[in-house]
Write a protein of this length. Sequence first.
Length: 228
Amino acid sequence: DMPMEIYSPTMGMQAPLFLAVWTIMMIAMMFPTAAPMILTFHRVQTGKQGRGDAFVSTWIFVAGYMLVWGVMGVLAFAGAAGAEMLAGRVGLSTAMAARIGGALLMVAGAYQLSPLKDLCLAKCRTPIGFILTSWRDGPWGAVHMGVRHGLFCLGCCWLLFLALFPLGIMSIAAMAVVTLLVFAEKTLPAGERIAKVSGVALLLYGAAVLVFPQALPTFQAADGMIMN
């Protein structure tokens, strides 16, 4: 059996520290992809100010956006803590934990190919379109827009971020790959195609992990620690 502190979704952190790390990760990984929308909102507000209309700080929009990811962090911690508790009672082996991770990678891959992913990605790729269809005046309007855009971004990326748990949530390489993938999906002309290709890749990789659990980096790390 595998000690859960070695293969721990929460990495042994209590909720406050986990949420702090989660927030830092989201800022580092999501703000580059959200920058076009944030800048578009700022330009529109600057134009309104130039015409003598009320100006709303862009930070209010950003606060609404971050609220969505903050709630997601709470849910992620609750799910991770619950998974740890269940795994501790069942007594998962390293190989079985890796296979569960492989199944999660396959779910993430399947979602990349889904119509809901397509819908959310289309909203995230067109800042002007979002402004035209979702504009709300005033501070609360900015919060509403930030939350709405955050939900579309969440719809694009949430399973990719959950896939970081089996890939290694503190792995710089895994975070870099996911960040580059999300950025490419949202900003490059071939973004939709990139999403589909990544979905197929995740399905194939997840299937490989089901058969060969040692193909998962976290399996190798946990197995090495147990042997030592």
